[in-house]
Design a protein around this ligand. Structure first.
Ligand SMILES: NC(=O)c1ccc[n+]([C@@H]2O[C@H](COP(=O)([O-])OP(=O)(O)OC[C@H]3O[C@@H](n4cnc5c(N)ncnc54)[C@H](OP(=O)(O)O)[C@@H]3O)[C@@H](O)[C@H]2O)c1
Length: 326
C-alpha cells in the first residue's frame, strides 16, 4: 500500500502566482493545474501538444465549482509545444518569452513510456527526448525568468520535474554506458532500447534536476524532482497490449487518484530552499535511484550534464547556461 500524500498546509494560497504546467491537458498535469487554480493561482500557462485538447482542458478547469467560487478571475493561457520536436520547443520559447515576463512555478510534468524504438522527427528515441532532453531544454529556458521573478517577490521560485520511482527499478549503473561512448548516442541507438527505457529516462531526469539545483541559488530557484506514486491515468497509451491491459486493471485496483498524485506534485513546488536538489515521493524527501548516490553515479551525472550542455548549444545558441554566478 502507498502511504497517503499529506494534505496541503492550511492557508496555502497561490494568489499573485504565475504557474506553468506541461502536459496540462490530462492526467496529473490537468489535476495539478486544477489544484493551483483552486488554491487561487492568478495565471496559469497550460503547455499542451494539441491546442484543441488545451482549449477543452481550459474549459473544464474554469467550470470547476471550486475554481468558480475561489478564483473566478483566473487567467489561463494555452501554449502549444511538442516535446518530441526541437523546432517546436524553439518556436514555443520565442512566443512564450515575447509574451510572458514573470513566472513563479514551473511543473515539467509531460512524459511518455515507449517499449519499442520510436524515433522522433529529430531522429532521437522518443522516451529519451520527451522525458529527458526536452525537460533539460525547458529548465535552461525557464530558470532565468524564475530567478527574475524571485528577485521581484523576494521568495524562491520553483521548478519541479515529474520523474518516477521507476528509476529505482532498472539495472542502470556505472557499466551500462561505456566511458568511450556518448550518453546521447547510447540512448538513441535502437539496439539499447528495452523495457527499462522509461526508468532510465527518469534516472536522467532526476540526475539533471539534481545537477541543475547545484548550479542555481536555492534562495532564488528551488529545482527538484518527484514521483507522484502509482496514479489512475491513461499513461499506458503507448505500451503494447500485453502491458497496457493488465496495467489498466492494476491501476483501477491499486492506483491513487489524480487529485492525490497531483497533490504530491504541488507539495514539491512549495518547499523552502532545503527542498532543492531533492527527490520527493508521496510528499516527502526520498532517496533517488541508488546508483545516483554512489561516487560512480555522481561522475555519470556530471558527464551527462556536460554532454547535455554541449548538445543544448546546438539546439539554440541563445539557451542560457546555468551557473550559480548568473
Ligand atoms: N501515472 C502514474 O502512475 C505515474 C507514476 C510516476 C510518474 N508519472 C509521470 O507523470 C507524468 C504525467 O503522466 P500521467 O500519468 O498524467 O499520464 P498522461 O495522462 O498520459 O499525461 C501525459 C501528458 O504528457 C503529454 N505529452 C506526451 N508526449 C508529449 C509531447 N511529445 N509533447 C507535449 N506533451 C506531451 C500528454 O499529451 P497528449 O494528451 O497530447 O498525449 C499528456 O498531457 C509523466 O511524466 C509520467 O512519467 C506517472
Amino acid at each position: 500500500m502507498m502511504p497517503k500524500v499529506p494534505a496541503f498546509p492550511p492557508n496555502l494560497d497561490f494568489t499573485g502566482h504565475s504557474i506553468l504546467v506541461t502536459g496540462a491537458n490530462s492526467g496529473l498535469g490537468f489535476a495539478s493545474a486544477l489544484h493551483y487554480l483552486q488554491l487561487k493561482a492568478s495565471t496559469l500557462y497550460l503547455l499542451v501538444r494539441s491546442l484543441e485538447k488545451g482549449e477543452q482542458a481550459k474549459k473544464e478547469l474554469l467550470a470547476d465549482p471550486l475554481v468558480q467560487k475561489n478564483n473566478p478571475k483566473a487567467d489561463i493561457h494555452i501554449y502549444q509545444v511538442d516535446l518530441a520536436s526541437l523546432d517546436s520547443l524553439r518556436s514555443f520559447s520565442k512566443k512564450f518569452f515575447n509574451e510572458v515576463q514573470a513566472l513563479n512555478v514551473a511543473v515539467l510534468n509531460a512524459g511518455v513510456g515507449y517499449f519499442n524504438y520510436n524515433p522522433t522527427i529529430d531522429k532521437m528515441e522518443s522516451t529519451f527526448q520527451v522525458n529527458y532532453l526536452s525537460n533539460a531544454i525547458l529548465t535552461s529556458y525557464l530558470v532565468p525568468i524564475l530567478k527574475q521573478s524571485a528577485l521581484t517577490t523576494g521568495r524562491p521560485s520553483h521548478l519541479t520535474i515529474v520523474s518516477s520511482m521507476m528509476q529505482n527499478r532498472t539495472s542502470f549503473g556505472e557499466n551500462t554506458i561505456p566511458q568511450s561512448e556518448s550518453v546521447f548516442d547510447w540512448f538513441n541507438d535502437p539496439k539499447n532500447m528495452g523495457v527499462s527505457r522509461y526508468g532510465q529516462s527518469k534516472i536522467l531526469a532526476t540526475a539533471y534536476a539534481n545537477e541543475a539545483a547545484s548550479r542555481v541559488d536555492p534562495a532564488q530557484v528551488v529545482v527538484n524532482s518527484m514521483c507522484p506514486g502509482f496514479v489512475k491515468t491513461g499513461f499506458d497509451v503507448n505500451s503494447p497490449g500485453f502491458i497496457k491491459y493488465p496495467m489498466k486493471i492494476l491501476r483501477s485496483l491499486l492506483a491513487r487518484s489524480t487529485e492525490e498524485g497531483a497533490r504530491a506534485i504541488v507539495l514539491a513546488t512549495i518547499t523552502g530552499p532545503e527542498g532543492s536538489g531533492k527527490f520527493f515521493t508521496d510528499g516527502a524527501v526520498t532517496p533517488p535511484a541508488s546508483f545516483l548516490l554512489t561516487s560512480e553515479g555522481q561522475k555519470f551525472q556530471k558527464r551527462m550534464w556536460d554532454e547535455t550542455q554541449e548538445r543544448l548549444r546546438a539546439v539554440d545558441l541563445n539557451l542560457p547556461v546555468l551557473e550559480i554566478s548568473n
